[in-house]
Ligand binder design. Structure first.
Ligand code: FAD
Ligand code: NAP
Length: 337
């Protein structure tokens, strides 16, 4: 294991910001992680685990040890008429893992196809798309405690999963490095097509008898059409969470904007943040080297050569405009370092 000093993270953050980590290391085992933690402790520096860098904003050079978690391996652990258990290392690419599960006749994750990043980061914000979240199929995970260097098992109830949220963004923030994740997937497939756009795409591709591969490909097709490829245009997906508001605020917004996109959510209402930004006139806007994507206003993009401050300035501008117009607060989704 080689610890590198002043290492560029440009290729490891999907905004493509040119920032350096004071120290950087590739870790392919739990022993590597323990060694990395010992090094950081000795230098009195924080440890930052890194996957694909697709859900973070690096605002400048980082006085930390960045650990690229490369632990690989995936296997089926159990199978019966209802359920297939699978376990994989945190360094596995998420999309390849999803495709592998389908090949193993283990169903449920197909709506989450093509989400960038690695398996180890998936529980951090309980990744979700098209009506499915990982918590729906999650069984447990193993994580290394950065303080004690002991491995700890987290069952579903320990993770406190919420909407793009988990204990790892709250009370256990910065405390654990996830090393592997286990899922209990379905042996028998049933489609989850509550999102109109996905249902239409699946219908078009399947002549009425879809299978999980068709759904996965439909999801990939829609995503490729609507979202920028970070290799072409720097971005971290949705920059803001969809705000969840009470009935009173929804009514107020609806009075002025009857076509506001809102879905019932746990007794409250989830507003489509992309719609709010669009209706505020900011879809496809360009502020210097940054802007919002012209096909999905919720995605902030680096047109090339932007500085992190340009992006944060645009984000603040969007938050102000949306607040002034709708009275709704937008919360940043990616982790800002
Ligand atoms: P990173 O960006 O490397 O890390 C994110 C956070 O997790 C950091 O705080 C990091 O320290 C921490 N972390 C990473 N690995 C570990 C580990 N092993 N242990 C502990 N902490 C760790 N998200 C969705 O939920 N749904 C979507 O549909 C979706 N679509 C996207 C589309 C695009 C085009 C892009 C660019 C992003 C999208 N995202 C989406 C966001 C992102 O892909 C996910 O959040 C993904 O899980 C991040 O994985 P990563 O490996 O890139 O994490
Ligand atoms: P969309 O389909 O245009 O829908 C806009 C918003 O409305 C979505 O954010 C979604 O909320 C909500 N929505 C739509 N249909 C719904 C339904 N039937 N029930 C409940 N809520 C509904 O969204 P999109 O931008 O093209 O994204 C498609 C999916 O990919 C979404 O699930 C989105 O979350 C996910 N995605 C996430 C990221 C990220 O970085 N987090 C990036 C790209 C795409 P939800 O967001 O809660 O699903």
């Amino acid at each position: 294991m080689r610890i590198l000093e002043n290492h560029s993270l440009e290729a490891l953050n999907t905004f493509g910001f040119r920032v350096n980590a004071r120290y950087f290391v590739e870790a392919s085992s739990v022993d590597d992680l323990r060694e990395a933690i010992a090094f950081a402790t000795q230098k009195n520096l924080p440890v930052v685990p890194l996957g694909g860098g697709s859900n973070l904003v690096l605002t400048g050079d980082q006085e930390a040890l960045f650990v690229h978690v490369n632990i690989s391996g995936k296997r089926v652990t159990s199978r019966n008429d209802e359920c297939v258990g699978v376990t994989a290392g945190a360094g596995e690419n998420w999309h390849e893992f999803v495709r592998w599960t389908l090949g193993e006749r283990a169903y449920g994750l197909e709506n989450l196809s093509l989400i960038p990043g690695n398996l180890g980061a998936a529980p951090i914000q309980n990744i979700g798309a098209y009506g499915v979240e990982i918590k729906d199929y999650f069984q447990s995970l193993q994580a290394l405690d950065i303080h004690s260097k002991e491995l700890k098992n987290f069952a579903l109830e320990d993770c406190q999963f919420g909407y793009r949220d988990s204990i790892f963004k709250q009370s256990a923030r910065d405390r654990f490095i996830i090393t592997s994740v286990s899922f209990a997937l379905d042996s028998k497939w049933s489609p989850r097509l509550s999102y109109d756009r996905l249902q239409q795409e699946v219908e078009q591709r399947s002549d009425g008898s879809p299978d999980p591969f068709v759904v996965s490909e439909a999801v990939c097709g829609i995503r490729r059409e609507k979202l920028p490829d970070p290799l072409q245009l720097g971005n971290a997906g949705s920059f803001f969470k969809n705000p969840v508001v009470g009935e009173a605020l929804l009514k107020k917004v609806q009075a002025a904007y009857p076509d506001v996109v809102a879905y019932p959510f746990e007794g409250r209402w989830k507003l489509a943040a992309g719609w709010l930004i669009d209706r505020a006139g900011l879809k496809g806007c360009r502020h210097g080297l940054v802007g919002t994507y012209n096909k999905q206003a919720l995605v902030l993009v680096n047109h090339g050569g932007a500085e992190p401050d340009d992006l944060l300035g645009l984000a603040r501008h969007i938050q102000t405009v949306v607040h002034d117009r709708f009275g709704v607060e937008l919360e940043v989704e990616p982790r800002v370092y």
